[in-house]
Write a protein that binds this ligand. Structure first.
Ligand SMILES: Nc1ncnc2c1ncn2[C@@H]1O[C@H](COP(=O)(O)OP(=O)(O)O)[C@@H](O)[C@H]1O
Ligand SMILES: [Mg+2]
Length: 252
């Protein structure tokens, strides 16, 4: 059974950035193969990994509502299509969910998807899901037990309080979360004392343990602008060192 790592948090907090860096981390620690899932309708994890998007799961689910070749059952067809849509790279594959459902019922397509995921999962040590804020794709993908939930927050009081309430979302989706941590990202250096106090207070009050406080990083911004893969960033960059040291502690 693969370990499931899922990202949560508001838009713009750094979920995709950290998904790319966790992929880099797992590869660096030899914890492969990994299935990275871009579960944001506005897919962009591929950009940070410098990969081109092909067919998305959304497109396949839509196709499943129409005619399929006579010589195949629907689950076989779905399985073939999903395998074809996987973007393969060294140490990991990328699966892109794409746009959400159109009108009509997707129940059958979703059932096949759940079956395919069960088979597909067996091929990986880790499944990493870069969610959008809602996280609905997790149950759609049949990923109901999350080994590590990382809740990413911006360095604001309201952001941190919102992050602290993430259990409300996971409970509503019927997800079982084994370990969860808050990561406060883009914190100015030195971190204001009042901010640190607020983080500690919120973590204590909500029962969401603090995983790490990550700085703002010009190297990340520059790499994104250059279009280069985050996998190629130097591990000696302070941000990467902080992130990897945190992952060593919380992703056990
Ligand atoms: N620590 C950081 N320092 C500087 N820029 C960052 C940092 N973390 C994220 N960013 C930038 O913030 C923007 C939003 O990050 P992103 O990972 O796409 O957020 P999300 O996936 O949660 O919407 C991106 O342009 C990203 O490069
Ligand atoms: Mg994102």
């Amino acid at each position: 059974m693969p370990k499931i790592i899922a990202m949560a948090g508001k838009g713009g907090t750094g979920k995709t950035t950290l998904s790319a860096l966790i992929t880099k981390y797992l590869i660096s620690r030899g914890k492969t193969p990994i299935l990275a899932v871009d579960a944001d309708a506005n897919a962009n994890l591929n950009e940070l990994l410098d990969m081109e998007i092909g067919t998305t799961v959304g497109q396949i689910r839509k196709e499943m509502k129409g005619d399929i070749p006579d010589n195949m059952t629907r689950d076989q067809y779905m399985e073939m299509k999903i395998h074809q849509s996987l973007l393969e790279a060294k140490g990991f594959d990328l699966l892109v969910m794409g746009q959400p459902d159109g009108t009509g019922c997707y129940c059958a397509a979703n059932q096949y998807l759940a079956m395919v995921m069960e088979h597909l999962s067996e091929n990986y040590k880790y499944i990493l899901v870069d969610n959008e804020a809602g996280m609905e794709h997790l149950s759609r993908l049949n990923l109901k037990t999350i080994d590590h939930l990382l809740v990413i927050s911006d360095p604001s009081a309201r952001g941190i309080m919102t992050a602290g309430r993430v259990s409300e979302i996971t409970d509503a989706l019927g997800l079982e979360v084994r370990n969860k941590h808050m990561i406060v990202n883009r914190v100015p250096e030195p971190a204001p004392e009042a901010l640190i106090a607020k983080i500690n207070e919120t973590c204590e009050a909500t029962g969401l343990p603090l995983g790490g406080i990550f700085p703002s990083s010009d190297e990340l911004i520059e790499q994104e602008l250059s279009g280069g893969s985050y996998l190629d960033l130097d591990e000696e960059i302070p941000y990467i060192k902080t992130a990897f040291a945190t992952f060593d502690k919380i992703l056990q």
